[in-house]
Design a protein around this ligand. Sequence first.
Ligand code: C2E
Ligand code: MG
Ligand code: MG
Ligand code: MG
Length: 284
Amino acid sequence: HAKRSGRGKVMVYTREMEEAARRVTHIEQALRRAVAAEEVEPHFQPIVELKTGHVIGFEALARWTDRDLGVIPPNVFIPIAEERGIIGALSQLLLRKATETARNWPDELFLSFNLSPSQLVDQNTAQQVLAILARTGFDPRRLEIEITETGLMTDPASAEKIVNDLRAVGIRVSLDDFGTGQSSLGRLREFHFDKLKIDRSFVSSILEDKPSEHIIRAILAMCEGLGMNVVAEGIEEEAQADRLVEFGCAGGQGYLFGKPSDAEATMAYLREAYRGMVRDRRRG
Ligand code: C2E
Ligand code: MG
Ligand code: MG
Ligand code: MG
């Protein structure tokens, strides 16, 4: 009996594995088609100056709704795109669309764009980014690239060369999701980042959790010392924003200030925000 149930378990396990593999392949095929048909879209989430709430830029975040599979979140399709060699084409499509949108925003606003770890081992990446900027006419000095510590680990020398090529034309580089994954403070000595993004996990517990508060304050002190800008991610409540301002955090991003929204809604948001700023200036 034991043997039989043992074998049964193995069979169930195998079937689940097969199903998961089939689903990944299904998503891969649908994604290839969607990229070719240019159906994956960047949405844009505001990044604000915390003290005033004024928008200073937007992060582009990929959105995809497949006609058969429905909405597939980026946490699902980005890793598949990486594994199956689609990330280059996908990323180029997204950067082109994002810069075509962002070039219509007021000049002082930046666009922040995520690069995947596998793109930092591919020496074509920098050239591809520059070619897209040339094509869409987007000023490189308005572009920020977000990378994670994972992206720097596989091949640090390759990553460093890509980062340097991007910085040479004025593109800024941010370290995303700081505090998660394989954090190494040594990395902050080797690489020069313009900005550090504090991971949402610290922000979401800042009010209840003393360790999170201490970690955030330490990160802010370190950024100040190293001359790095800082943005706290995942701010959902006014009280969290107040606390971060109190600790001296300059930048913020999160549902409190706006969810990611499409190009058109972003333009409407900007019209509202700029009307508000004109009013503020008149008052002040
Ligand atoms: P990320 O770069 O750290 O992006 C921030 C994520 O936090 C986004 O999830 C955003 O929608 C979410 N977020 C922002 N504010 C809040 C908040 O107040 N509360 C909560 N609960 N969540 C918030 P999203 O859009 O699902 O993207 C997930 C991840 O997928 C991104 O994390 C990034 O690593 C990756 N990703 C998204 N778009 C792209 C892309 O175009 N290229 C690459 N390579 N990766 C991308
Ligand atoms: Mg990001
Ligand atoms: Mg992040
Ligand atoms: Mg993240």
